[in-house]
Design a binder for this molecule. Structure first.
Ligand code: HEC
Length: 140
């Protein structure tokens, strides 16, 4: 039996659930548009597959990744109570990747958002609203 779940614009998840060979495979598909003004809508669509709807890192695609997705609710508490807005912004855009080596599991959303309708300005709005939404998920 083969079950295809399309859970996100950035990703589609193929779950092949055979008794002996339980495997979750991630299939990357082109991102669909979404409301750039809604952090929660974009988070559900682009981030929840890996980070989970609650941001804690247990999304359906998490099992198929080499590296566990970060718990996005503890970013402030791990940073002496201060939400690391610039770091989150950079992590989403993917700005630091060029400088570092290799690849990462997390998609480079800066490029993906620029490929969607609206161009650079709307892409920046998406990142800003996603960052604010991640800030709203912070736990003490
Ligand atoms: C394909 C899975 C995947 C998707 C989709 C994804 N992430 Fe990630 N994310 C990861 C992984 C894995 C890490 C852990 C570090 C790494 O791989 O660089 C991470 C790390 C992060 C970090 C850095 C946290 C830290 O402490 O360094 C932030 C912030 C983040 N993700 C936010 C987001 C947001 C916002 C979205 C949606 C726009 C998103 N992620 C979508 C997999 C994903």
């Amino acid at each position: 039996m083969r079950l295809l779940i399309t859970i996100a614009a950035g990703l589609a998840l193929t779950v092949a659930g055979l008794a002996q060979d339980q495997k979750t495979q991630i299939k990357r598909v082109p991102a669909q548009g979404s409301n750039p003004g809604s952090g929660v809508e974009m988070f559900k669509q682009y981030c929840a597959p890996c980070h989970g709807l609650d941001g804690k890192g247990a999304g359906p695609a998490a099992a198929a990744l080499k590296k566990a997705p970060a718990d996005l609710t503890l970013l402030a508490s791990k940073n002496k109570g201060k939400f690391p807005g610039a770091m989150v912004n950079n992590a989403i855009v993917g700005a630091e990747i060029a400088a570092s080596h290799g690849s990462r599991d997390m998609p480079v959303w800066g490029d993906i958002f620029k490929s969607l309708a609206g161009g650079q300005m709307i892409a920046e709005m998406r990142v800003k609203n996603l960052t604010s939404y991640v800030e709203s998920l912070q736990q003490k």
